[in-house]
Ligand binder design. Structure first.
Ligand SMILES: C[S@@+](CC[C@H](N)C(=O)[O-])C[C@H]1O[C@@H](n2cnc3c(N)ncnc32)[C@H](O)[C@@H]1O
Length: 221
């Protein structure tokens, strides 16, 4: 990790808590790391914040509890790693992935400080070019569908890496464009259930939507 000011926070759960090391001044840091891609489009590495969506998904994952025990979980766009850490606490083995190497460093160090490093792996992976030769019964995705150009690669990743009965869990802070992503999900042979979870972060409460996504071929529940 680079030499810059850090801070820490504790996320309280029903069954325990997660202590996270975060970047102290994420706005400043985001600006430092912003860059243009090959087409001149501004790229902002949003991993520098802990997002409400990951807190909501962490609570949801905690509620899955024993169902996760012994399962292999893939987290995409893990950022600081909160959601995957809670999955590890529930007994899963988690592969944390993010396109950003530095985000993975934070996720790994956060896993370490919460005692779940031995149940986890950390892989730098862009969801446009996934690199696994196995499928996963659970895929976790907190706040990764904010830009439309991410949608098709993420749906393709589900098609290729979710087991036939697998469950992908998405969370996002009720952005208008999420409707488009979930239409694409449906058009590609998946169905979903939506629930909401209020999250308070930095004194502000936001509604986060949680989507449980499965293949249409799986019997409904
Ligand atoms: C809004 S942040 C969410 C981070 C974390 N899941 C959370 O909710 O706090 C989006 C995350 O996706 C990652 N990301 C962006 N584009 C990506 C790509 N093409 N492949 C993999 N990860 C990507 C970013 O580095 C960042 O960690």
């Amino acid at each position: 990790m680079r030499d810059y000011p850090l801070t820490s926070t504790i996320i309280k759960l029903k069954t325990g808590r997660v202590q996270l090391t975060l970047i102290k001044e994420p706005d400043w840091f985001l600006e430092q790391l912003s860059r243009e891609d090959d087409e001149g489009k501004l790229y902002l590495p949003y991993w520098t914040y802990l997002w409400e969506a990951s807190i909501a998904l962490a609570h949801h994952v905690e509620n899955l509890g024993a169902r996760l025990k012994g399962t292999q979980v893939l987290e995409i766009g893990c950022g600081f790693g909160l959601t995957g850490i809670v999955a590890c606490q529930m007994g899963a083995r988690v592969i944390f992935t993010d396109a950003e190497h530095e985000a993975l460093h934070f996720a790994e160090s956060n896993a370490e400080q919460n005692g779940v490093r031995q149940n986890s792996d950390f892989v730098q992976m862009d969801w446009n070019t996934p690199c696994f030769n196995c499928k996963f019964p659970y895929i976790l995705a907190a706040d990764v569908i904010y830009e439309e150009h991410h949608w098709t690669p993420i749906v393709t990743l589900l098609q290729n890496y979710l087991t036939p009965n697998g469950i992908a869990l998405f969370s996002e802070p009720d952005r208008k464009n999420a409707v488009g992503f979930f239409k694409l999900i449906r058009d590609n042979g998946f169905r979903y259930r939506k629930s909401t979870c209020p999250v308070t972060l930095d004194g502000k409460t936001a509604q986060v939507s949680i989507y449980t996504v499965q293949r249409m071929s799986v019997a409904g529940n």
